[in-house]
Design a protein around this ligand. Structure first.
Ligand SMILES: Nc1ncnc2c1ncn2[C@@H]1O[C@H](COP(=O)(O)OP(=O)(O)OP(=O)(O)O)[C@@H](O)[C@H]1O
Length: 355
């Protein structure tokens, strides 16, 4: 296991990067704790795979250093870094049995058969592969084959880090949630440093203790699922995480008070605003908006059933504001007034939360 440090890392694929957009990964410093469960989360093209490949050694950074437990491994090969990787698609030997596939990474390192057998059976049991252990891998479904890939990634106990790159893509939707929770459980049991790359917020939030949210080659926030929900440091995090995402509304701040379309809106960090950023916005998640006797006047434009609650879309002038209302709770019709929970209403300056 290892603590992973990325020091002033930057990466460009082309030669001679000049402009900001030439960098696939903008300058970042990041420390991943020994034994932590991390997710790299962000939309396609934000730099997740680039970051993962820099850690695994498939790519050499244009700038900066990478350390494992304080030792500089920037120039070390992927083999020297001692990493296990699970990819989007199964990487297995079709002609071998499930058992031999799982045993392979261990036998390859000269581990004794007694230990091989114990590890293989333990991992197979965790992944519910016991019944198929002596079957040929070729006979398994795509789900089953990907479980073998996961098992091969998890079976060694001497790796510095286990990396998962969108590992559940080929998994049937109904099995996805089973494996998501299984991986979390596995992390609790084996406590290896794990990095999980995904663009799916549910996967990231279920698996990780710390989620690294990325956008345009930059890290916009690192936090626990609760921190990302309660205190998005950037409007992008507010939008990207949550369903529906955070309401982001234009505002002004005067004398330490936020004003949205002529309405005073208490916001927990309004008094901290001192700058003169180009864009000022307030953010409040639909979970922290409620109907009230007085407050911002709105028209109700749409109600969508989402199971245990309804998503109500309202409009104030040209601005859409969404809120969640519990199933069975009474809904006003036509017009209503909204109250934002001040502790969960925050001001953003040029996209970043004012602090
Ligand atoms: N081999 C390459 N050569 C040139 N540019 C690349 C290369 N690989 C990635 N890029 C560019 O670097 C940026 C980051 O890509 P990266 O694959 O790291 O993003 P990602 O978040 O993993 O996306 P996805 O989820 O689609 O895999 C993108 O603009 C991409 O076009």
């Amino acid at each position: 296991m290892a603590r992973i440090t990325l020091q002033d890392i930057r990466h460009a694929y082309g030669p001679d990067p000049q402009r900001e957009e030439d960098w696939a990964l903008k300058k970042l410093t990041l420390e991943l704790k020994d034994g932590g469960a991390y997710a790299l989360l962000g939309p396609s093209g934000c730099g997740k795979t680039t970051l993962l490949n820099l850690i695994s050694g498939l790519l050499a950074p244009t700038e900066g250093r990478i350390l494992f437990d304080g030792t500089d491994i920037t120039d070390a090969s992927p083999e020297q870094r001692n990493i296990a990787q699970v990819f989007q698609f199964p990487v297995i030997y079709d002609t071998m049995t499930v058992y031999s596939n799982l045993a392979f990474p261990l036998r390859n390192r000269g581990i004794g058969e007694k230990e091989v057998d114990a590890r293989v059976r333990e991992i197979a049991h965790m992944l519910e592969l016991d019944a198929t252990l002596m079957k040929r891998a070729s006979g398994l479904t795509a789900d089953g084959k990907q479980k073998i890939s996961l098992g091969r990634g998890l079976v060694r106990s001497d790796v510095n880090v286990i990396m998962f790159d969108e590992p559940l893509t080929v998994i049937d939707p109904h099995l996805k949630w089973v494996l998501r929770s299984k991986l979390k459980e596995l992390h609790h049991r084996i406590r290896r440093t794990m990095i999980y790359v995904t663009h799916d917020q549910t996967e990231a939030l279920t698996f990780a203790e710390q989620v690294v949210v990325m956008k345009d080659g930059q890290i916009v926030q690192i936090g626990t699922p609760i921190e990302l929900f309660e205190r998005p440091q950037h409007t992008f995090v507010g939008h990207f995480i949550g369903s529906p995402g955070m309401n982001v509304l234009p505002c002004e701040v005067k004398g330490g008070k936020a004003i949205f379309a002529g309405n005073n809106v208490p916001a927990f960090n309004a008094a901290a605003y001192k700058g003169n950023g180009k864009t000022l916005e307030l953010g409040v998640r639909p979970e922290f908006v409620r109907f009230a006797g007085d407050g911002i006047p709105v028209d109700i434009v749409k109600v969508a059933d989402a199971g245990r609650y309804r998503i109500v879309e309202t409009r104030h002038q040209a601005h859409s504001i969404k809120l969640l209302v519990a199933e069975g709770a009474e809904l006003p019709s036509g017009q209503a007034r909204l109250h934002f929970d001040a502790d969960h209403t925050q001001i953003y300056e040029d996209g970043w939360m004012v602090s």
